[in-house]
Design a protein around this ligand. Structure first.
Ligand code: G6P
Length: 612
């Protein structure tokens, strides 16, 4: 994940910015840069690789100036080389950015037509030129930055600095978090409070859609409608730690909110957004790349939430790549004496990369001479080190015991792998690949939109609190998602929850339905919407209380009388399971908070289960 730092200070800021960037290293990056303004001149140093390289540049060629912005970049658009490293310039404008600007292609085309020359392959550079264009049109720096921000679509955080004003940084948040730190005659900006801990613990978090004008002794924040807003200043307690809760009450909800950002970063590792192609980055043995066209079978093994990500991907691999998939919970797989195909691939999914049963499954496959692949969040983990092909999720540290962002990042990797497999196996042509990749690129924005439904979901969650049982229903990919919903609810709130494939309801579970039974139905308006709705009506006829998660078309067809409806945005089918994960997580979270359970550390559960 990219990291942003900015300082409007009173002393030379370049060394301070590098220090702050070091505190963001845990987010992962592959190049870094810093820019300052000194006597009306904008200057920068950038370097590929780790911060030591940037430090060396600064040692041999220091930057003076008491205002500056810095960045650690995890490549999304364009290779991790110096010309793509931030800050990006356009004459007197400097920009650092985190996230994905979805409409950058269109903006770039217009800017090129206006004569702007691009020196990088990044989506970020369009922002610098857009601001510059505003200045040329006679706008003030603040207004030029604001009008540029208004033209951007996607999930992003950014900071803009000007050579014409050494007491001004404009910052904006549309998705990924930004923290503003208050000092003595200095102001700071960072991707989190951890970055700013050496300078201050007095923090104001921007809310989604906010933009801010930051000066040494002044901070003005505006909301999406352009109104001045006041955001509470708080004392950051956890900032000495590597990760803190930000302005959230629990790690879990913080991690839910991080999803637009971490999904974007994870996808960027497996998708070339410029070329609109799948470009799988394998962190394993690069001499021995994975060739999906040579596989005749895929067997997936995992535990808990990671298992459900694997289960869901079975639908994708079989549909998009025509690759048969076996999926097992690791504790069953390891003793099942499974015959493995000679041309098969064994894939292990694990947030921690250390889960004992998953590792035992891996050993079994290793002994059988299988090719081993891993999807892990901890790259140095045993499962990653033991696998031939390694596809990391870039979720960052997940502290909440109940997995949220690791799950949606696993799904992001699996969707990319399934599409990549489809291309390699000749079942997806170029046009289909482009369309699917475009859909993937939109995931962070949709995820961000869905976070705005939190208040509504919170209210619905109160109707689940203190119920004895809850049913979750879904078909196709929404069936494993229903299982994840039930798992989240039971692990957090201790309410008994079960998931069923919606069509299976009439073969038994319908006997449980009465007026006391809430039923969560996950049904975007897709090919099989009608079928799921018929199952839902069977439940409604027996008095069950339905919470339907669907889109505007689905909501219009069902009508609000039959169900309480969470209306999601309409989106391409491939990404619905990723984006629909969010309301499911928030529903479980708020039910548990309402009931007063220990959300981040539910009873009896562990984050990393290294025993059998
Ligand atoms: C534990 C956690 C779950 C997690 C499972 C698998 O049970 O509480 O949230 O899904 O382990 O963990 P892994 O690290 O292998 O993904």
């Amino acid at each position: 994940m990219c990291g942003i730092v900015g300082i409007v200070g009173t002393r030379p800021v370049a060394p301070l910015i590098v220090d702050a960037l070091k505190r963001l290293e845990y987010r992962g990056y592959d190049s870094a840069g810093v820019a300052t303004v000194e006597q009306g001149v904008l200057d920068r140093r950038r370097a590929e690789g780790k911060l030591v390289n940037l430090q060396e540049r600064l040692d041999s060629s220091p930057l003076s100036g008491t205002i500056g912005i810095g960045h650690t970049r995890w490549a999304t658009h364009g290779a991790p080389i110096e010309v793509n490293a931030h800050p990006h310039f356009s004459s007197g404008v400097a920009v650092v950015h985190n996230g994905i600007i979805e409409n950058f292609r269109e903006l770039r085309k217009n800017l090129e037509a206006d004569g702007f020359e691009f020196s990088s392959q990044t989506d970020t550079e369009v922002v610098a030129h857009l601001v510059e264009k505003g200045l040329r049109d006679g706008l003030s720096p603040e207004d030029a930055a604001h009008q540029a921000i208004q033209q951007l679509r996607g999930a992003f955080a950014l900071a803009v600095m000007f050579d014409s004003d050494d007491n001004l940084i404009v910052a904006a948040r549309s998705g990924p978090p930004l923290a503003i730190g208050h000092g003595e005659g200095e102001m700071y900006l960072g991707s989190d409070a951890v970055a700013l801990a050496p300078f201050t613990n007095r923090i104001t978090y921007l809310e989604d859609g906010d933009w801010a004008i930051i000066r040494r002794n002044d901070l003005a924040i505006f909301d999406t409608s352009g109104q001045t807003v006041s955001r509470q200043q708080q004392t950051s307690v956890g900032s000495a730690l590597m990760v803190d809760k930000g302005n959230h009450r629990h790690f879990m909800i913080k991690e839910i909110y991080e999803q637009p950002e971490v999904i974007g970063h994870t996808l960027a590792n497996y998708v070339d957004f410029n070329a609109e192609k799948i470009a799988l980055r394998d962190m394993g043995d690069t001499q021995n790349p994975l060739e999906f066209s040579k596989l005749d079978r895929l067997n997936i093994t995992a535990c808990g939430t990671a298992y459900l990500a694997g289960y869901l991907s079975k639908y994708w691999f079989e549909r998009y790549a025509r690759l048969p998939v076996d999926i097992d919970v690791a504790s069953e797989f390891r003793y099942r004496e499974v015959p493995l195909s000679e041309n098969g691939l064994s894939l292990f999914i694990s947030q921690s990369g250390e889960t004992a049963d998953t590792l035992a499954g891996l050993k079994y496959c290793e002994e059988s001479g299988q090719r081993l692949a891993a999807i892990v969040n901890v790259r140095e983990s045993t499962i990653a080190r033991s696998s031939h092909n390694v596809f990391p999720t870039l979720a960052g540290p997940e502290i909440g015991v109940a997995s949220t962002k690791a799950f949606t990042c696993q799904l992001s990797v699996l969707a990319s792998l399934a599409i990549g497999a489809g291309v390699q196996r000749g079942h997806i042509d170029e046009a289909q690949e482009k369309e699917l990749v475009r859909a993937l690129a939109e995931t962070p924005r949709y995820a961000n939109e869905v976070l705005k439904l939190e208040d509504e979901i919170k209210e619905l969650a109160h109707s689940l609190a203190n119920k004895e049982h809850v049913l979750y229903l879904g078909r196709d990919t929404n069936y494993p998602l229903a299982m994840e919903g039930a798992l989240k609810l039971k692990e957090l709130s201790y309410i008994h929850a079960e998931a069923y494939a919606a069509g299976e309801l009439k073969h038994g579970p319908i006997a449980l339905v009465d007026e006391e039974m809430p039923i969560v139905v996950i049904a975007p308006h897709d090919r099989i919407f009608e079928k799921t709705v018929s199952n839902m009506q069977e439940v409604a006829a027996r008095g069950g209380n339905i919470i339907l998660i669907t889109d505007p078309k689905g909501a219009a067809e069902v009508g609000m009388d039959e169900a309480k409806v969470i209306v999601m945005p309409e989106m391409p089918e491939i990404i619905t399971p990723i984006v629909y994960s969010l309301p499911i997580q928030m529903l479980a979270y708020h039910t548990a908070v309402h009931m007063g359970t220990d959300v981040d550390q539910p009873r009896n559960l562990a984050k990393s289960v290294t025993v059998e």
